[in-house]
Design a protein around this ligand. Structure first.
Ligand SMILES: NC(=O)c1ccc[n+]([C@@H]2O[C@H](COP(=O)([O-])OP(=O)(O)OC[C@H]3O[C@@H](n4cnc5c(N)ncnc54)[C@H](OP(=O)(O)O)[C@@H]3O)[C@@H](O)[C@H]2O)c1
Length: 237
């Protein structure tokens, strides 16, 4: 793993799951880490205490609050947008407000926060967005809205890679498949259905996703941009 001493790193949505693993991994490699949370204050405070990272309360669905949190962080070398919601069900009966909040967190927040992070980002910086293999493949009913949000991130990353490439800033999407977290527990009711379409029939771990994130943040990845990086046990194969 690269060493991140002297690097300021911000993770949007870092209190639990994949985001928390990313916070821990950067902190373990010497990074100066800030992360945001919305609902999980206790988890965020415990993570801050155990890692030395700084926890900031900011709802990623509220653009002004999110943009202010990013701006107030000062120049960020590595920016990770991890916050995400999954709203599943029959599109004919799902609450439209829940779908809109998912769009706010998964897409609008990712765009506005990434642009704000790029504003003061030093040359050679990194922007990493946690998408999903569902941006490429959606083999189950009930997840059209979620898949839409993750596909949108692909176009965003391709475009922002062009916008910021001249400064040596890379923009990439990491696309996990089933990963054992509160959002998608390895022993949840849908686990067998998910495993049935995978080459490696088990959930991945948040630490797997964090490892890929750190690799893409390091100097060896300076030529990788505008790309989707799928880590899904063959879900999309
Ligand atoms: N687990 C999977 O199988 C899987 C697969 C593919 C992609 N992903 C993606 O990976 C990312 C992380 O998922 P996860 O599985 O770790 O989910 P999780 O266990 O539900 O954790 C979600 C994290 O996002 C934060 N978050 C949610 N809404 C937020 C908001 N409005 N403002 C700020 N933070 C917010 C949560 O913070 P609070 O609790 O503090 O609000 C929490 O830290 C998501 O983008 C998800 O779509 C997950």
């Amino acid at each position: 793993m690269p060493n991140f001493s002297g690097k300021r790193i911000m993770v949007i949505g870092g209190s639990r799951g994949i985001g928390a693993a990313i916070v821990k991994a950067y902190a373990a490699e010497g990074g100066d880490v800030l992360f945001t949370y919305a609902g999980s204050r206790e988890a965020a405070e415990a993570l801050a205490k155990s890692t030395g990272a700084r926890a900031i309360h900011s709802d990623a669905a509220v653009r002004d609050s999110l943009v202010a949190a990013v701006r107030d962080a000062g120049p960020i070398d590595i920016f990770v947008y991890n916050a995400g919601l999954l709203v599943a069900g029959d599109p004919l009966t799902l609450d439209p407000d829940a779908i809109d909040r998912m769009i706010d967190v998964n897409i609008r927040g990712a765009y506005h926060a990434s642009v704000e992070a790029a504003r003061a980002m030093p040359d050679g910086g990194r922007i990493l967005i946690i998408g999903s293999v569902n941006g490429d493949r959606m083999p189950f009913a009930g997840l059209a809205g979620y898949a839409m949000t993750k596909s949108a991130l692909q176009g965003m990353a391709r475009g922002l890679a062009r916008d910021f490439g001249a400064r040596g800033i890379t923009v990439n999407v990491i696309q996990p498949g089933p990963t054992d977290t509160d959002m998608n527990p390895a022993n949840g009711p849908l686990a067998d259905q998910m495993h049935s379409v995978m080459a490696i029939r088990e959930h991945g771990t948040s630490e797997d996703v964090a490892s890929l994130t750190l690799y893409l943040s390091g100097p060896a990845a300076r030529g990788i941009t505008g790309a989707m990086h799928t880590i899904d046990g063959g879900f999309g194969a």
